[in-house]
Design a protein around this ligand. Structure first.
Ligand code: PHE
Length: 342
């Protein structure tokens, strides 16, 4: 019996096998327990010999199992230490710091400049009703401006014939929302995303604008001109900047002007303040009385100007970036080149 179990104990290579051997040998229904039961049928002399011998064997087997178990645990530990070995002197993989996207950078710069000029920041939703995006801005149902804007319309469920929501085509709806919320006098800018179905070197379906709105009792076109020139000097960090106010038309301003900045394309790169080219950077004008009324402000008492600047255009000009589409390609090499370290 001893030889049988001792052999199996030393031969066990894992704890499960060892446990099986233990149950078979010294468990409650194990072989030694069975032998103990046979003691009753023996003569007292035999019992006195066999009983202690069985007990001794039981102790011996238990001791051997414990020893073998400790041995197996040592082996397992050694194995783990070997496989989980870590070279702490190995150089780590380098991680590049992130950087600020040029559009975010320009938004922050523009916001800071207008903050200095006394404008606070307002916001509005990117999904608009056609009331805020069009009607309230004096662009009624069949006005050609709706078609010109290449509007993205949100789908409505079948049978739902309410007018569809749109992706806002400009930040001008925030004029109405801000007038409704705060009334006049007011001086705000609103930076944000806008959407139009258009795509080429200077147009992407999503782009960024900053709306400006200044309403008070005596604000004039001269104030608009000064604010925009002051802004451009600060933004482009130059003392003189040449702006061209070109008479234009927007349904929500009267009179209206588009503003171009003098620039040139030299060998494919954009240069500012020189050359014979003009790049349009914004639309502006005196807020139409109907727009003030739609925002709940009395046009007999208040007047003022509004403008909408293309932020991506500004970034192209300031940082000499030729293709607008690259802004939204998420190409890490481009972002690293034009990105601004945090
Ligand atoms: N909303 C106009 C556009 O997107 C720009 C603009 C804003 C013009 C405010 C005049 C006044 O083109």
């Amino acid at each position: 019996l001893r030889d049988k179990y001792m052999g199996r104990i030393t031969g066990a290579t894992d704890e499960a096998t060892l446990e099986a051997v233990r149950l078979e040998a010294v468990g409650k229904k194990g072989e030694i327990a069975l032998k103990m039961r046979e003691l009753g049928r023996m003569t007292p002399e035999e019992r006195q010999q066999v009983g202690p011998a069985l007990n001794a064997l039981k102790d011996e087997i238990n001791t051997a199992i414990s020893a073998r178990k400790a041995g197996l645990e040592d082996v397992a530990l050694d194995e783990r230490l070997r496989s989980e070995w870590l070279d702490v002197s190995m150089p780590s993989r380098s991680r590049r710091p992130g950087s600020i996207h040029p559009v975010s950078q320009v938004m922050e710069e523009v916001t800071a400049i207008f903050a200095d000029l006394g404008f606070s920041v307002a916001e509005g939703p990117q999904i608009e009703t056609d009331w805020y995006n069009f009607d309230a801005l004096n662009i009624p149902g069949h006005h050609p401006a709706r078609a010109e804007m290449d509007t993205f319309y949100m789908a409505r469920a079948k049978g739902d014939d309410r007018p569809p929501h749109v992706l806002r085509t400009h930040t001008s709806p925030v004029q109405i929302r801000s007038l409704e919320a705060n009334g006049a006098p007011i001086r705000i800018i609103c930076p944000g995303r806008v959407y139009r179905a258009d795509y080429d070197q200077t147009h992407t379906p999503m782009f960024h604008q900053i709306e400006g709105l200044a309403i008070d009792t005596d604000i004039s076109m001269a104030n608009l001109k000064w604010v925009l020139e002051e802004f451009c000097r600060a933004f482009f960090e130059v003392d003189t900047i040449e702006l061209r106010f070109r008479a234009s038309h927007f349904p929500f301003t009267e009179p209206s002007a588009e503003v171009d900045i003098r620039c040139s394309w030299e060998g494919g790169t954009l240069k500012l303040g020189q050359g014979d080219d003009w790049m349009e950077i914004l639309g502006s004008g005196m807020v139409h009385p109907k727009v003030l009324s739609a925002g709940g402000v009395d046009p007999q008492m208040y007047q003022g100007f509004a403008f909408g600047i293309g932020i991506d255009r500004l970034a192209m000009l300031k940082y000499g970036i030729p293709d607008l589409r690259a802004f939204f390609d998420s190409d890490l090499r481009w972002l690293r080149h034009y990105g601004f370290s945090a």
